[in-house]
Design a protein. Sequence first.
Lengths: 631, 312
Amino acid sequence: MTDHELIWRIAGGSGDGIASTSQNFAKALMRAGLHVFTHRHYPSRIRGGHTYTEVRVSADPVKSRGDGYNFLLALGDSFARNPSEGAYYGNEEIKPLSENLDELNEGGVIVYDSGLLDASEIEDFDERVEENNWHVYDIDLRTIAREHGREVMRNTAGVAVTCAIADIEPDVIKSLMSDAMPDKILEPNLTVFDDAYEMVQEEYDVEAPDVSAPTGEHDEEQVLLSGSDAIAYGAIDEGCRFIAGYPMTPWTEVFTIMTQNLPELGGISEQVEDEIAAAALAIGASHAGVKAMSGSSGGGFSLMSEPLGLAEITETPLVLVEAMRAGPSTGMPTKPEQSDLEHVLYTSQGDSHRIVFAPGTAAEAYYQTRKAFQIAYEYQIPSIVLYDQKLGGELSNVPASVFDEEPNADLGSVLTEAELEDAPHDDSGKYQRFQHDTENGVSPRSLPGQKGGRYLATGNEHMPAGHISESPENRVAQMNRRMQKVDNIRAELDADGEFNTVYGDEDADLGLITFGSQQGTVEEAADVLNEKGHSVKVLGVSEMMPFPKQQVADFLDSVDEALVVEMTASAQFRGLISKELGGYGDQMSSLLKYNGNPFEPADIVEGFETALLEGEELPDNRTKFVPKVGE
Amino acid sequence: MSAFSAIGEETEQDQNEFTPGLEPQPTWCPGCGDFGVLKALKGAAAELGLSPDEMMVTTGIGCSGKLNSYFNSYGFHTIHGRSLPIARAAKLANPGLTVVAAGGDGDGYGIGGNHFMHTARENHDITYIVFNNEIFGLTKGQTSPTSPMGHKSKTQPHGSAKTPLRPLSMSLNAGASYVARTAAVNPNQAKDIIVEAIQHDGFSHVDFLTQCPTWNKDARQYVPYIDINDSEDYEFDNTNRSEASEMMFETENALHEGTVLTGRYYVDEDRPSYQQEKQRIGEMPEEPLAERYFDDSYEWERTFDNFLDKHK
């Protein structure tokens, strides 16, 4: 075995079990002591269509999908559409092979199912194989699968072939299959696996594997999970026992995980008529004293704009998650983008305020979701966890110890009935729930059903007991108090100092700045750049609102210039920095990607060297460079 | 011991308990039907022995939304059309609360129509009072979803080309298990209906005809009215869905022909409430969820113990 990386891509059609097969493969290799990181590419379609998952496998920790890949397992697409040349979507039958060649690295391996795919349909296939020094194995996986089981087991045959070629111990996979598969299908799958594995051993020379899996060992127990898992678990550990939602890709994952787990925790999940209702239910439950959440993706979040403002003015704790995908409108439902940033920061009428976290990794997603709940319930303000299809869906290994944390079901600033007895009331017997003068801007709330706690919550501006008021004095007092909470939250986050990430040599000359899910990719790009002799460090921002002005300004002051990396078409994040800091436009250039695929480290290396340093045009439109102000 | 001791507390209430000591006088126009709803609700709450601290009244936007200011209880004056989703979540969070949602015809049948339909379908154990004056009042007299065809207003200068929505039929078809209509000019019936609606285990919809003397002068004051449950002219079984449906259809037609019919149109006592259904399938705890956060002996579950194994 060798110590280099395996980046394995399994390709086929939606509905052919690509996701579950790749998940098992990743978990098996994690169990074997390796670090894994997955990337999913799929269409908005139930059956058929170009789909793949990459599993990057390394002896060392990995933070991104990596650059390109080096092992293709091309399975058939059982549900491929009209194969005529002139069709809108071309010949789908051959896509599992043809669509995946561009990103396959030189010297890579191609295994394709010759039972379903005919390489001669790809015009220049042989030339490209020769040019790139690819090693091709055309194996009739379908027939092997049929002999001992069913045709769908060609996935298993393909994994077995992968093991034989990449020198992966069969038991690594087979023991996981035993855990993951029901008895009825386990036996035939194991037989298919053995058959395919032995066939490769007998018919091919695998003594010197072309591309092989590394070996490794973890120093502590690992778990394989996604950003969506981590967000749900963060919520559960904060005592969230109520969720309301409406399905929408990719937010549906968090909604599903919560919904499947809440019954055993004595919690409640509500699938409701629309996203207005979803956010409103979360407000209603929270108002009544249950820690609650809702969420959506861009389009559904648009509908939440109205309840979001209601939560803010009524000072009802509310946690929302927003899973970004490419817009505008329906956009590209299954493709990642970060272009809902401004939507999430600013939607809803009036001078509205909220807290927004954009975690960069699964572990950060867990911690920041917890912090979002703590702030929402202590400060009675909406908190939003902003992520995207990339972070939500990618699987990576995380130390189990990350989750070895105490639960916290504290409702925050709520009075008990005993405390209410001493609290101020008006002559109608109403509790003065929105007092003007409080220590940190927070006026503690009561809950319906508590004796002596009744008050009026309203979306109108209101006086201390909640009654509608348009008095100028009261207006300014209430507005100032609500805004004061945001300043205090900023101070609390500054004191915590744990959510934004600075990576690399403190004295570096040049900076890369990013936010949310791109963080790991940008860090890997910085490693490459530094190896090549550049002097680069990275700032990954997670605290989007209130913005960490001082920390970002300090970072910019410490470098000559910076490249801001984000998955938007209009440089929204760079705009946010300029707005918040009131300048630095002449020091920040942008590297943008909005073609539906997340950055690879090489995109950033190229943008940095070619566009920023050398001032040359980028070779294609995969990414876009926008120079700093004045250039 | 409950952290919500107002719930279920034995009390003898005077209906004045529900009148705020400060600013007891509503700002509705003189002669407005909304006074009738307020009076009926106060009377019903007192008759049921409820206390202000165990009631949560949610409202939308419009003249009806002012109900919260004049009815002394926990109140949530929400946004236009959204009183129902907030009400039903509060009820799920703490089922001991008596939850009443209220709104106007624009609020409930127009902008909040989707919530109305689904709350009825799910049969949440809450009471929904719709102040139906067949007009948008607070925004000064625009045509509403229940305005009759031909209704002229500044926004429908040539008369509405739309047939009015049928609130009772819609409610029945959506799945409400208690459907009634009453009128502001009929205070005793109104109070009795609200008492029944609050007692009913499931979604109770009360279409409350509230005359608007300012913006809907052409409309009748909903007098004289006929109580279909008392009148010998209208024989039907209000536990029979088909008969209820026919009676509703006739009532909705009659209103625009000058006859005001009111009463209990549909009562289904057998259908379990949403909360009961949810508990039956194991997706809602038996104890009120809101109590758990005050239970110091509760051992809160955590990811590390409950969910990590499947990721290993």
